[in-house]
Design a protein around this ligand. Structure first.
Ligand SMILES: Nc1ncnc2c1ncn2[C@@H]1O[C@H](COP(=O)(O)OP(=O)(O)OP(=O)(O)O)[C@@H](O)[C@H]1O
Length: 771
C-alpha cells in the first residue's frame, strides 16, 4: 500500500458472490482493477427477484445503468487472498506499531460483505502456520510475535477485547457475569492525553500466538452474532481488539528505552437495510442502533474531510472510541468491504462514497512511542502506587475508596461528564422545544384526526347508505337484466319485423318514386298556375291601375263637367235672370199696359169692343210668338245641355233629366205663362204676375237643391251622387237617343202631373191658343 504521510489510508475489498447468489445468478455490478487500484460500480437493471425484494425507489435508481469509478489506496477483488490483503494493507502498520506507533485498522461496510472474514477469519493455526482464511488479527499477532521472537527483544504484549453493543461497552475478556442477565458495562473516560480509555477493561498479557488465539476464541464466544437473511453469522456489535506492545530497546548511544505501540483492530457491525436483512423487533432495534452509530461515524468522517471546526465525536461511543484513529495521533487504515451483487448496489455505492471521502482525512503526526526506560519505569511505579493506594484505602475503610490520583482522574472524568451533561441538557432543551412543536403538531393532527374520524363516521354512514343503494342497484340491475333479456327477445322479433318492414319499405320506396314523379309533375303544374296567377295579378294590377287612371280621369272630367255645369248654370241663371228681369219689365210694362188698357177699357167701354178684342188678340198672338221664341230658346238651351253632357262623356242622366224636366217644366211654365198671359185678360194681370213670380222662385229653388244634392259627397262611400251616376253611366253603353228630348213624352208626363194636381192639362205649346 502506498503511504502518504498522515493521511488515513483506505483500501477496498470486494468479496466474491456467495453460493446463494451464484445459484440465483445474481449479476455482478462491481469491477475492480487491483493494479490500477480502482473499482467501478455499475447500476444495472434489477432482476425480477431483485425487483421483488427492493424498494421501488431503489429500483428506479438502479435502473439507470450508470457506472461510477472510485480510486483507493489499494483494491482487492473477489479472488484476493487474506494474505495478500494483510501483507498489502496491514503488515506495514504492524511494523509501525512495533516501532512504537499507535495504529488502527477497521473494517467498514454493509452487513455480509466480509468485515469479520477480513479482520478475524479463521484463526486456528497448525504447526505455527496460519490457515489461508486467517484474517488481520491472527496475522498481526503472528507478525508481532515473529518479530519479537526473531529479534529476541524484551517485551510485553497485552490485549483487550471489547464489544460495543447498543451503545454499551462490554469487556469480552473480563470475568463472566455473575448471572446470565447481568453484564459488566464499562464507561469511557478521557485518558488525560487527548484520547479515551475504557475504564476497568481487562488487559490480558499474551506471550504467543496460541495465547492470542485462546483469548480471541474466548472473546468471540461472547460476541453477539445472529443469523440474518444476509449473513448466517452476522455480528450484531462493534468489536475492538487492541494489542499494546512494549519493547525494551537500547539506542545506539546505549540508552535503554521502551517502545510502546498500540494496534486497534476494529470489526464494525455492518450497516444494513432492515427490510432486506429481515430484522424484526429486537433485531430491528439492534440494527437501528448499529446504523445510528455508523451514521455518527459518517458525520465524523464528513466533518474531518470538510475540516469543520466541530467534529461530533461525542455523538456515539463508537466515534469516541475511534477518536484517536480519526483525526488523532494515530496511523489509520480503513478496509471498506463491498458485495459485487447487483441487489446491494445502493449500499455498495454508499460504502464506496464514504470510504472515498475518508481518504481525505488527515491525522496528526503519530507520537513517537519511544519512552526512556526510566520514564517508563516511573510510569509503572506511579501506576503501582495508585493501585496500592486504592488497595490500602479499600482495606482501611469499610467501602470502596480511591487513591488521590484515581480520585483526580475520576473528578476529571466527572467534569467531562458534567460538561457532557450540560451539552445534553442544551440538546434536551432543543429537543424539548422540538417536542413541544411536535406536540402541537400532534394536537393539530389529533384535531384533524378527530375531524377525519367524524368525516369517517359520516363516510361510514354514507357507505352503509351506498351499500343499501348498491343492493337496490343490484336488484334493479337484475331486474334490468331481465328487462334486457326481454328486450333482446323483442329485439330479435323486431329484427324479423324489421326485415319484413324493409321489404315493405322497398315497395313503398318504389311507390314513393312514382309519387315523386307525380309530385314533380304536380309541382310543374303548380308552377305554371303560379305563373298564370302572377300574370293575372299583374293584369289585375294593370286593370286596377288603368281603372284608377280612368277614375282619376273621370273625376277630373267630372270636375271639368262640374265646371261646365256650373258655367252652364251660371249662364242659365244669367239667361233666366235676364229673361226674368226682361219679363218682369215686360210684365210691368204689360201691367202698365193692362192698367192703361183697363183704364182705356174703362174709358173706351163703349168704344169698339172688337177693336179691343182684336188688339188683345194681337197682343196675345204676339205673346204666343214670344212664347214660341222662348220655346226655341229653350230648345237651343236643351241642345246645348245635351251637347255639354255628351262632351262630358255622358253626364248625369238624372240631373240632366231633372234639368230637362225643369226646362220642360219651365217651358210648360212658359207655355202656362203664355196661356196665363192669354188668360190675363180674363183673370187679371196682377194675379198672373205674382203667381208666376212665385213659380219661378220655386223652380230656381228646386233646381238649386237638385244641383246641391247631385254634388254633395256621401260620407259613407266618399263619392257624390253625380260621380256615382257618372260611374253607372260609364258602365252602361250610352246611345245618343237617350239624350233625345221626347216632347210628347214630356207633355204626357206634364199632363199626368197636372192631373195629380187636379189641374186641367195644358195644351201643347205649339198648339196652344187663347180661348
Ligand atoms: N473475500 C471473501 N472470500 C470468501 N468468502 C468471504 C469473503 N468475504 C466474506 N466471505 C464470506 O461471506 C460471509 C459473510 O462474511 P462476514 O461475516 O465476514 O460479513 P460481515 O461483513 O462481517 O457481516 P456482518 O456485518 O453481518 O457481521 C462469510 O461466510 C464469509 O466467509
Amino acid at each position: 500500500m502506498r503511504e502518504r504521510a498522515g493521511r488515513v489510508s483506505v483500501v477496498l475489498r470486494c468479496r466474491p458472490l456467495n453460493a446463494r447468489e451464484r445459484a440465483e445468478k445474481v449479476p455482478e455490478v462491481i469491477e475492480v482493477d487491483e493494479h490500477g487500484r480502482t473499482a467501478s460500480a455499475r447500476r444495472a437493471a434489477p432482476t425480477a427477484s431483485e425487483r421483488a425484494s427492493t424498494s421501488e425507489r431503489a429500483n428506479a435508481r438502479t435502473a439507470s445503468g450508470e457506472t461510477r469509478d472510485f480510486v483507493f489506496d489499494d483494491v482487492f477483488g473477489p479472488t484476493s487472498t487474506q494474505e495478500r490483503v494483510y501483507d498489502s494493507a496491514v503488515r506495514p502498520m504492524v511494523r509501525d506499531v512495533l516501532d512504537g506507533t499507535n495504529c488502527t485498522v477497521f473494517a467498514y461496510g454493509q452487513t455480509g460483505t466480509g468485515k469479520t472474514h477480513t479482520m478475524s477469519g479463521a484463526h486456528d493455526a497448525e504447526c505455527d502456520v496460519l490457515s489461508t482464511d486467517a484474517g488481520v488479527i491472527p496475522r498481526a499477532m503472528m507478525q508481532v510475535f515473529e518479530h519479537l521472537e526473531s529479534k529476541e527483544l524484551e517485551h510485553t504484549v497485552k490485549v483487550t477485547y471489547l464489544e460495543l453493543y447498543n451503545e454499551e461497552i462490554t469487556d469480552l475478556l473480563g470475568a463472566p457475569a455473575s448471572s446470565p442477565g447481568h453484564k459488566h458495562v464499562h464507561a469511557l473516560m478521557e485518558d488525560g492525553k487527548g484520547g479515551v480509555a475504557v475504564k476497568g477493561l481487562e488487559e490480558v498479557y499474551v506471550s504467543s500466538t496460541e495465547d492470542v488465539f485462546a483469548v480471541l476464541n474466548r472473546g468471540n464466544a461472547r460476541r453477539r452474532t445472529e443469523e440474518t437473511l444476509l449473513n448466517k453469522h452476522s455480528s450484531r456489535s462493534h468489536s475492538v481488539f487492541s494489542v499494546t506492545v512494549h519493547i525494551k530497546d537500547v539506542s545506539p548511544d546505549g540508552e535503554e528505552f521502551v517502545r510502546c505501540g498500540k494496534l486497534n483492530l476494529v470489526d464494525l457491525a455492518g450497516s444494513e437495510n432492515i427490510s432486506r436483512s429481515g430484522a424484526t423487533h429486537m433485531r430491528a432495534k439492534e440494527a437501528g442502533e448499529i446504523n445510528k452509530s455508523l451514521v455518527a461515524l459518517g458525520r465524523v468522517i464528513t466533518a474531518l474531510v470538510d475540516k469543520s471546526a466541530h467534529v461530533p465525536y461525542r455523538d456515539s461511543k463508537l466515534t469516541r472510541l475511534l477518536r484517536d484513529a480519526l483525526g488523532g495521533r494515530c496511523r489509520t487504515c480503513i478496509i471498506a468491504t463491498v458485495s459485487p451483487a447487483s441487489h446491494s448496489i445502493e449500499e455498495t455505492l454508499s460504502t464506496l462514497e464514504y470510504a472515498h471521502r475518508a481518504k481525505n482525512i488527515k491525522n496528526k503526526p503519530p507520537t513517537n512511542g519511544k519512552v526512556p526506560k526510566s520514564v517508563f519505569l516511573k510510569d509503572l511505579q506511579d501506576c503501582i502506587e495508585r493501585l496500592q493506594d486504592d488497595l490500602l484505602a479499600t482495606r482501611e475503610k469499610n467501602g470502596v475508596f480511591l487513591s488521590k490520583s484515581n480520585y483526580d482522574a475520576e473528578q476529571s472524568e466527572h467534569a467531562t461528564a458534567r460538561r457532557r451533561a450540560e451539552e445534553l441538557e442544551n440538546a434536551l432543551a432543543s429537543m424539548q422545544a422540538e417536542h413541544d412543536k411536535v406536540t402541537r403538531m400532534f394536537d393539530k393532527t389529533k384535531k384533524n384526526f378527530l375531524q377525519l374520524k367524524e368525516q369517517h363516521a359520516g363516510v361510514e354512514i354514507a357507505l352503509v347508505e351506498t351499500k343499501e343503494y348498491l343492493r337496490e342497484t343490484e336488484s334493479e340491475l337484475s331486474d334490468t337484466k331481465k328487462v334486457a333479456e326481454e328486450k333482446e327477445y323483442l329485439l330479435d322479433t323486431l329484427e324479423k319485423k324489421h326485415d319484413a318492414a324493409a321489404l315493405v319499405i322497398s315497395t313503398m320506396a318504389e311507390d314513393l318514386g312514382a309519387a315523386q314523379h307525380e309530385a314533380a309533375a304536380l309541382f310543374d303544374k303548380i308552377a305554371r298556375q303560379e305563373s298564370v296567377a302572377t300574370s293575372n295579378t299583374e293584369s289585375v294590377l294593370s286593370i286596377k291601375k288603368s281603372m284608377g287612371e280612368r277614375l282619376e280621369k273621370m273625376v277630373s272630367d267630372l270636375a271639368g263637367w262640374q265646371k261646365v255645369e256650373r258655367d252652364t248654370r251660371a249662364h242659365m241663371k244669367r239667361v233666366m235672370d235676364d229673361y226674368m228681369s226682361r219679363k218682369e219689365k215686360e210684365v210691368e210694362t204689360l201691367k202698365e199696359a193692362v192698367m192703361t188698357m183697363a183704364h182705356a177699357v174703362e174709358q173706351a167701354t163703349r168704344q169698339a169692343s172688337e177693336q179691343a178684342s182684336s188688339s188683345m188678340l194681337q197682343r196675345a198672338e204676339r205673346l204666343e210668338q214670344e212664347a214660341k221664341a222662348l220655346r226655341a230658346d229653350s230648345d237651343v238651351i236643351q241642345q246645348v245641355m245635351v251637347q255639354n253632357v255628351v262632351v262630358a262623356r255622358r253626364g248625369r242622366d238624372e240631373t240632366v233629366e231633372s234639368l230637362l224636366r225643369s226646362l220642360t217644366s219651365d217651358r210648360e211654365a212658359f207655355s202656362d205663362l203664355a196661356e196665363t198671359v192669354a188668360d190675363t185678360s180674363e183673370r187679371g194681370h196682377a194675379e198672373f204676375v205674382s203667381k208666376h213670380v212665385d213659380d219661378l222662385g220655386a223652380i230656381r229653388k228646386e233646381f238649386t237643391n237638385q244641383l246641391t244634392t247631385a254634388i254633395k259627397p256621401d260620407l259613407r262611400t266618399g263619392t257624390t251622387p253625380a260621380r256615382e251616376h257618372a260611374r253607372v253611366m260609364l258602365a252602361e253603353p250610352v246611345t245618343p237617343s237617350a239624350f233625345t228630348f221626347n216632347r210628347d213624352e214630356a207633355l204626357s208626363r206634364r199632363t199626368n202631373v197636372d192631373a195629380k194636381r187636379s189641374r186641367p192639362p195644358l195644351s201643347p205649346i205649339g198648339g196652344s191658343r187663347l180661348n
